[in-house]
Design a binder for this molecule. Structure first.
Ligand code: OSB
Ligand code: MG
Length: 369
């Protein structure tokens, strides 16, 4: 599957609303769309998910650009590929930088599916034709606004609601939310806002019947999470702590979590995400697909990934309209009754909307291979 050229389009797009977590606020996204072309004119697309500051993982838009240009594209140039599953192994000679690796690996997966004339879903072995989705609601200026947001999410049919919490806004907030929505499938994401010293405080969260609490402790921890899970009835879901299949295996065997949130960007691509998926399926561990406030290309990849049967819980995959005034793909992603139809056409199953891409593009570079 020889690659002829790789183009990096740098985009700047503003989210409709600021997205606030315990660690900071995202409003302006700066990221790359990757175009990987072969000699027959097939094009595979990828999207980088790092932010401009390293608040979520250590990667940033700039480190991703550096890794792609100085290391990852040259590796693809020097090594002929036969199948996208070889890319993860090829990139393993370079440490970490999973988001940079994932963007290129995922573009190569899309290219492969297009060459084979199959959907990306089929390419990775996904069986679901529709996927259940939930919504992640950032911290709101007032509880009243949060309640309104939740009402809207329920009206739109989302299968579960995820709230962002931290030590300053958890118990009272969850109490109010539960008063309004006693039976809503609800979960909370702390983005590492607590430490093990907060254990008595965290135990109080058990009274809210949450589906899970996501990443309560440090971004790089699995040991303390195991200690916490021992004393917590609410299942713990790990996000930031899981960067690889090995992390997932270790966390499961230590009892650090009962559920995993997989993001292909965080684990270095679709091949590693699928490996985690296969293991969770075998071990009976619940799994769902996380999000990184992606534009259409990243969103399309998440939809294909979530079509694998082991994604047992609704993912953080909203429709394009939820985050963007206009998306860079057509058709845009739409949610109906809390579900997204997985496209059947070739590759990711969405086309690039050139006009919109060009509108938000601030630079492009092409590398011939
Ligand atoms: O922790 O899951 C997270 C967004 C950006 C970075 C990290 C996270 C999130 C979300 C929203 O919760 C996910 C989405 O809807 O794309
Ligand atoms: Mg999270």
């Amino acid at each position: 599957m020889q690659v002829q050229s790789i183009t990096l389009h740098k985009l700047q797009m503003d989210l409709k609303n600021p997205f606030k977590t315990s660690f900071g606020t995202v409003q302006n996204k700066e990221f790359f769309i990757l175009e990987v072309k072969d000699h027959e004119g097939h094009i595979g697309y990828g999207e980088t998910v790092a932010f401009t500051t390293p608040w979520y993982t250590e990667e940033t838009t700039k480190t991703v650009e550096h890794m792609l240009i100085d290391f990852l594209i040259p590796l693809v140039k020097e090594n002929p590929l036969h199948h996208p599953e070889e890319v993860h192994e090829l990139f393993s000679s370079l440490r970490k930088n999973n988001m940079a690796k994932a963007a290129l690996e995922m573009a190569i997966w899309d290219l492969y599916a297009k060459q084979q004339e199959i959907s990306l879903r089929e390419g990775i072995g996904g069986r679901k034709e529709r996927i259940d989705v939930g919504i992640s609601i950032g911290m709101q200026p007032t509880t009243k606004q949060l309640i309104e947001r939740i009402k809207m999410a329920i009206k739109q049919g989302f299968k579960r609601v995820k709230l962002k919490i931290g030590p300053e806004n958890d118990l009272k907030l969850l109490e109010t939310v539960r008063e309004h929505f006693p039976d809503l499938p609800l979960m909370a994401d702390a983005n590492s806002a607590y430490t093990l010293a907060d254990i008595d405080h965290l135990k109080q969260l058990d009274s809210f019947n949450l589906m899970m609490i996501e990443q309560p402790l440090a971004h790089d921890d699995i040991v303390d999470h195991a200690r916490l899970q021992e004393q917590l009835e609410t299942p713990i879901c790990l996000d930031e702590s899981i960067h690889s299949f090995k992390d997932a295996k270790d966390a499961i065997s230590l009892g650090s979590c009962a559920i995993i949130n997989v993001k292909a960007g965080r684990v270095g691509g679709l091949t590693e995400a699928k490996k985690i998926h296969d293991y969770c399926l075998k071990e009976g561990i619940d799994l769902w697909c996380g999000g990184m406030l992606e534009a259409g290309i990243g969103r399309a990849h998440n939809i294909a990934l979530a079509s694998l049967e082991g994604f047992t819980l609704p993912g953080d995959i909203a429709g394009s309209q939820h985050y963007w005034d206009e998306d860079i793909i057509y058709p845009e992603v739409t949610v109906e009754d809390g579900q997204i139809a997985v496209p059947e056409s070739k590759g990711i199953g969405y086309e690039i909307y050139e006009k919109i891409l060009n509108k938000y593009k601030i630079a492009s570079k092409t590398f011939s291979l």
